[in-house]
Ligand binder design. Structure first.
Ligand code: AKB
Length: 322
């Protein structure tokens, strides 16, 4: 029987992944863990939770051994915009926690999912249809930790046979827990502001194209890769996965189909604009499609329809209680 530990479960992806995995594997078999003591109620009430510091490899070892965990989803990381404000902390946390858990993986031999990101690419990477194998010279500290993380995972795989797998996630759009301090966060916030106030000020230029993905597809990508046949994987860290590519102008036009009065203006933040300009417009995910059957379900149109439906219901429900 599979026993799963999610490290960094309290974040944007972890909160929803925990519920998704509990539905698949049974709630007792999926342990959420985070350095924070209190998390979203769905996560705390829906199954086991352990407070754990991923930097402390002894604690990680003890938890994994005691609970007989055989799969770990490693989601502890600081996102790009916050990393840029404190590069030392970015390196210490993003690399330190990964290094700590990989060491334990080598001793206890569990399967591990480690997400990389479009942030692993840089200004010299081909921007359109970015290949699986290409130039990776990021100039953000977040990107540096993502490339180093990919290489470290591959090293553990090749040298010690640790079964560690990953995808390069685009910006993830979701409606349960907000992302914390990324460059792609505007694509989540725009929906909240559109539904609440019918207007939004964007920190990226209107023509900034970035790869994005709706949360249900992100969960599907992680779990499908973790369940894939090991021998079918030509790459471990990490597979390009893509779903949609759009600019702020395009998403605003799509929102306007549902909220005709919606307006957008721009107050460009040079830091986040600089990061976004160095990332791909759209990735080639043919290797993931071929090796483990990746294919997304949500287009920009379908995702927009669903986001607006969910948030409209939530905000009107809240207003009724006020
Ligand atoms: C960020 O914007 O930092 C993240 C990412 C694309 O990795 N959402």
């Amino acid at each position: 029987m599979d026993k799963i530990l999610i490290i960094g479960a309290g974040g944007q992806i972890g909160t929803e992944l925990t519920g998704y995995l509990r539905t698949m594997y049974g709630e007792k078999n999926v342990i959420a863990s985070d350095i924070r003591a209190t998390l979203h109620p769905d996560l705390m009430d829906g199954g086991p939770f352990i407070r754990m510091d991923a930097l402390d490899s002894r604690q990680v070892y003890q938890v994994i051994q005691k609970e007989r965990v055989n799969q770990v989803y490693f989601l502890a990381a600081i996102l790009s915009a916050v990393c840029e404000k404190n590069p030392e902390m970015a390196w210490d946390i993003n690399m330190g926690s990964l290094n700590s858990v990989l060491r334990v993986a080598n001793e206890l031999k569990f399967r591990m999912f480690v997400p990389s990101s479009i942030g692993a690419f840089g200004a010299t990477t081909p921007k359109k249809n970015t290949p699986q194998l290409t130039i990776q010279r990021p100039n953000s500290i977040y990107g540096v930790t993502k490339v180093a993380g990919e290489l470290l995972c591959d090293y553990y795989n090749q040298k010690y046979g640790v079964d560690v797998r990953g995808v390069r996630f685009p910006g993830i759009i979701s409606n349960v827990v907000p992302p914390g301090g990324g460059t792609t966060d505007y694509a989540v916030d725009i929906f909240h502001k559109a539904v609440k106030y019918q207007k939004f000020t964007c920190y990226l230029r209107e023509d900034t194209f970035l790869d994005m993905m709706y949360m249900p597809d992100a969960l599907k990508a992680a779990v499908t890769l973790m369940e894939a046949d090991y021998n079918a994987l030509r790459y471990h860290n990490a597979y390009n996965v893509a779903a949609m590519s759009f600019s702020p102008k395009m998403i605003a036009e799509e929102i306007r189909k549902h909220i005709p009065d919606f307006t957008i203006d721009y107050a460009v933040d040079p830091v986040r604009q600089g990061i976004a300009d160095s990332w791909p417009d759209s990735m080639d995910d043919s290797a993931a499609r071929k090796d483990w059957g990746w294919s997304p379900d949500y287009t920009l149109e379908a995702m927009t329809r669903d986001m607006i439906k969910v948030l409209t219901k939530r905000f009107s429900g809240r207003e009724n209680h006020e």
